[in-house]
Write a protein that binds this ligand. Structure first.
Ligand code: KG4
Ligand code: ZN
Length: 343
């Protein structure tokens, strides 16, 4: 925060609507003042995945009340806001549109600049709220229901973020959700698998796709199919499914590849800081294995608390705040919402 006190810095309102959470955050000078959330996750649960139209409608209903709650949580008023930041993409097109339209309306009505930000860069930026400025360059592993990405981050505020690899099929969280469904667990599947795995042993040798292919890409759909075949075979043989062991073995296959590739990316780029974010970063085994492997490799691991790992408005406000402080020019008021926004 370049020597200034947080009290002098601009107040940034952040709006996140890329998936099923309407998130609003207020950040001033790297300090989180409010973080409010309205989630439509319960409305999607019976479909086993997020339905874009339901998410967009829920954002529309939740937007103004969620902004108002954030302001009242921080004891501030609309006119205290100095800049508005919003996720411009990537994400669900209709969901993004609601957030971008709302952000434009707030920016225009309040006469303040608008900053369209990248969703994945915001996932990285949220860590600065807890652990301070990010040393550049850093490597980020972002794993959620919509993405599994390894990024090289030379300068977050200036938008210098390079993709090193991504999933070629299912995202890590999506694989958790699908495997949970086949084990009869509720959506979202990450938390129940995480819990079940604690009582099991990772003894079933599920495949580690792309583990040693030299790229930083991931693939999880083969693993999901392998789990499905294994469970079916037990059923055909009339034997009970050892749910805890299946959960632990599936989870070990996922986190083994995620952590091995993250450490390899740090080594390949001579980087000694790894940030892990996204909903799957809440996973207890991923955290433990990442800690062990980073320690062995001399890498500093930074993982935000679980509430900041999942989609939220604080992350958008955090990145907006970094941009405003770095003097990054605002976005034009006709900035589009882009479901496939590149870096
Ligand atoms: O970041 P997020 O809230 O939303 C997006 O998808 O962008 O991530 C949600 C994903 C879901 O797939 C959920 O199953 C997964 O994060 N997740 C977890 C855990 N908690 C949430 N996966 C593994 N272990 C967890 N403890
Ligand atoms: Zn996300």
């Amino acid at each position: 925060m370049s020597g200034r006190r947080a009290g002098d810095a601009p107040l940034v309102l952040g709006i996140e609507t890329s998936c099923d959470e309407t998130g609003v955050g207020l950040v001033r000078g790297g300090v989180l003042l409010a973080d409010t959330l309205a989630s439509s996750v319960d409305e999607h649960a019976r479909y086993g995945g997020v339905i874009p139209e339901i998410a967009a409608r829920a954002h529309l209903e939740a937007m103004v009340p969620t902004v108002d709650r954030a302001l009242s949580q921080a004891g501030l008023r609309h006119r205290d806001v100095d800049a508005v930041a919003v996720t411009a993409g990537p994400g669900l097109a209709g969901a993004l549109l609601v957030g971008v339209a709302a952000a434009k309306a707030y920016a225009l009505a309040l006469g303040v600049p608008l900053h369209g930000v990248h969703h994945l860069a915001a996932h990285v930026a949220v860590d600065t709220l807890e652990h301070g400025p990010l040393p550049g360059p850093s490597i980020a592993l972002l794993v959620s229901g919509g993405h599994s990405s390894l990024l090289l981050v030379p300068d977050l505020a200036r938008g210098e973020v390079n993709s090193l690899g991504a999933t070629v099929d299912d995202a890590a969280g999506e694989a958790y959700d699908k495997v949970a469904r086949l084990l009869g667990m509720p959506f979202p599947g990450g938390p129940p698998i995480d819990r079940a795995a604690r009582d099991g042993s990772p003894t079933i040798p599920f495949p580690r796709a792309k583990a040693a292919d030299g790229t930083f890409d991931f693939s999880f759909s083969g693993l999901k199919t392998a789990v499905a075949r294994w469970v079916e075979a037990r059923g055909r043989a009339g034997e009970p499914v050892p749910v805890a062991d299946v959960a632990a073995s599936f989870q070990e296959a996922v986190v083994d590849v995620l952590t091995a590739k993250s450490v390899a990316a740090c080594r390949a780029h001579g980087v000694d800081t790894l940030v892990v974010g996204g909903g799957v970063a809440a996973n207890s085994r991923l955290r433990a294995l990442a800690e062990a492997r980073c320690e062995a490799a001399g890498i500093t691991l930074r993982v935000p608390r679980p509430g900041l790992c999942t989609d939220n408005g604080a992350m958008v406000a955090a990145l907006g705040s970094l941009q405003v402080e770095a003097g990054v020019p605002p976005s034009p008021l006709d900035i589009p919402a882009s479901s496939t926004l590149p870096f």
